[in-house]
Design a protein around this ligand. Structure first.
Ligand SMILES: Cc1ncc(COP(=O)(O)O)c(C=O)c1O
Length: 401
C-alpha cells in the first residue's frame, strides 16, 4: 500500500493554484481560470436548514452511510432525475463528496491483479484513485472529433484484449466539457453488459449540460453492474460541504462499499447532511437550472474569446461541465510567440509554456498533460463569476492576440 501511495503524484494543479493565490494575497488582480470551483452560494433556505440543525443540536454521530431523511430525499431525486426507483434506502450511501464516493466505489470494484479502464484525458483523481487500488490502469484515449468520447469499436476491441474488470466514465467530462449523449451511453452500456464489465459512472456534472443535447445517466439500465458517483459540489454549489452519494444494488459491492465508508469517514458531517436533505428537494431544481444558464453565458463569452486567438483549434462550444479544452496549433503558436519575442524551445510542452505565459499575466489555466492528454492542450475553467469571465476574456485577447 505504501508503495502505491508513493507512486501517486501530488497534483501540479495545486502548485499552479498556489501561485495565483500568492499573487492575489499580494494585491494583484488574478483570473482564476485554473480551478473548477463554482462561484455560486448555496441557496439561502439551505443555509437556514444548516443553522437550524446546529440550533437543534444535530451534531452527534449519524448513521455511517447517511441520515435516513437525506437518503429518502436522494431516493426521490433518483426517481425524478435518474430514471431509477430505489429498491430501498439501504442501497444509497452518502460519501465525502464525489471524491470520497469515487474512492469507495473504485476500491470496492478492483484491486491488485485486476485491470481498470479509464478515459484519457480525464480528471486526474480518477487515475490516482485507481492507482491506489493496485489495479493496472488502461488509459484509452477519447477522440476530440467525437466530442471527447471513445470510438466504441476501439473500446470493444480494448475490452476483448485487456479484459478490464471495471470501466470509469466521467460524463460530462472534465477537462474536456465533452458529453456522451443518451444514444452513445446506451451503446456503451450494451458493450459493458456483453462482457460483464462494471461501470463507475462519474456524473458530478450531470446537471451542467447545455441545450441541444439529449443526456441521461445510465446506471439505471443495470444497477447490478453499473454504479453512479454523484456530487453536490457543482449541482448545488456545495463544494466545501463535501456531499456525494451513490446507489448500489449488487450485494457484494454494497457490503464492500459500506465497510470502506465505515472505516474511512464513518458518516459525513451531520450539519452538511441536513443541508443536503433540504437542497436535494425538487423545489431547488430551478436554482440549479439558473446556475446552468449562467454557466452557458460564461461558456459563450470565453469560447468566443478563445476562437479569436489564431493558434487555438476549437472543437465547437463544449456541451457540458464548465471547461474549455482547446488544442494549440504548434506552428501558429510559435509564430505568435516569436512575434511577441517570447522564446519557445524546440521540444517545449506547449500547454506548460502557454500556462506559464498566461500566469505571468495573472491568468490561470492547466496544461493538458496533467489530465493525460497530448502536450498541446490546455484547460480553462469558466466557473468564476460572469463579470470576471468577461474581464478574463478581454485580457486573453489582449495578451494572446
Ligand atoms: C469529474 C469530477 N468528478 C468528481 C469530482 C468531485 O467533486 P467533489 O469531491 O467536490 O464532490 C470533480 C471535482 O472537480 C470532478 O471534476
Amino acid at each position: 500500500m505504501l508503495e502505491l501511495i508513493d507512486k501517486v503524484p501530488l497534483s501540479e494543479i495545486v502548485v499552479i493554484r498556489d501561485k495565483l493565490l500568492e499573487k492575489q494575497r499580494n494585491g494583484e488582480k488574478v483570473y482564476r481560470l485554473e480551478s473548477g470551483t463554482p462561484s455560486f452560494n448555496v441557496h439561502p433556505k439551505v443555509k437556514e436548514a444548516m443553522k437550524k440543525a446546529i440550533d437543534e443540536n444535530k451534531t452527534f454521530y449519524t448513521e455511517g452511510s447517511g441520515i435516513e431523511p437525506l437518503k429518502q430525499v436522494i431516493a426521490q431525486k433518483l426517481a425524478r432525475k435518474n430514471n431509477l426507483t430505489a429498491k430501498s434506502t439501504k442501497n444509497i450511501l452518502v460519501g465525502q463528496g464525489g471524491m470520497g464516493t469515487l474512492y469507495m466505489l473504485i476500491h470496492s470494484l478492483v484491486g491488485l491483479g485486476d485491470k481498470i479502464l479509464i478515459q484519457a484525458p480525464v480528471w486526474i483523481s480518477i487515475k490516482n484513485i485507481s492507482m491506489l487500488t493496485g489495479a493496472e490502469i488502461i488509459e484509452l484515449p477519447t477522440k476530440k472529433e467525437l466530442d471527447f468520447n471513445w470510438d466504441l469499436n476501439e473500446l470493444e476491441d480494448t475490452i476483448k484484449k485487456e479484459k478490464p474488470k471495471a470501466v470509469v466514465y466521467v460524463n460530462p467530462g472534465n477537462p474536456t466539457g465533452g458529453v456522451g449523449d443518451k444514444e452513445y451511453m446506451h451503446k456503451l452500456a450494451g458493450i459493458l453488459e456483453k462482457y460483464g464489465v462494471y461501470l463507475v459512472e462519474d456524473v458530478a456534472y450531470e446537471d451542467i449540460v447545455y441545450p441541444g443535447v439529449e443526456y441521461e445517466t445510465i446506471f439505471y439500465l443495470n444497477p447490478e453492474l453499473f454504479f453512479p458517483s454523484f456530487s453536490m459540489s457543482k449541482s448545488q454549489a456545495f463544494s466545501g460541504l463535501r456531499i456525494g452519494y451513490t446507489y448500489i444494488e449488487n450485494e457484494k459491492i454494497l457490503t464492500r462499499a459500506r465497510k470502506l465508508l465505515l472505516y474511512t469517514t464513518n458518516g459525513v458531517n451531520s450539519v452538511a447532511q441536513w443541508g443536503a436533505t433540504e437542497a436535494l428537494k425538487a423545489e431547488y431544481d430551478d436554482y440549479t437550472r439558473e446556475m446552468v444558464k449562467e454557466y452557458q453565458k460564461r461558456r459563450d463569452i470565453l469560447y468566443s474569446a478563445l476562437t479569436s486567438i489564431p493558434f487555438f483549434k476549437m472543437a465547437g462550444p463544449p456541451r457540458g461541465a464548465f471547461y474549455l479544452f482547446p488544442e494549440i496549433d504548434e506552428e501558429k503558436y510559435r509564430e505568435v510567440m516569436e512575434r511577441k519575442g517570447v522564446k519557445v524551445e524546440p521540444d517545449a510542452n506547449l500547454g506548460v509554456h502557454l500556462q506559464r505565459y498566461l500566469l505571468e499575466h495573472n491568468i490561470g489555466s492547466i496544461p493538458g498533460h496533467n489530465f493525460g492528454s497530448p502536450h498541446n492542450f490546455i484547460r480553462f475553467a469558466y466557473s468564476i463569476a460572469t463579470e470576471y469571465i468577461e474581464e478574463a476574456a478581454e485580457k486573453i485577447k489582449e495578451v494572446l492576440g
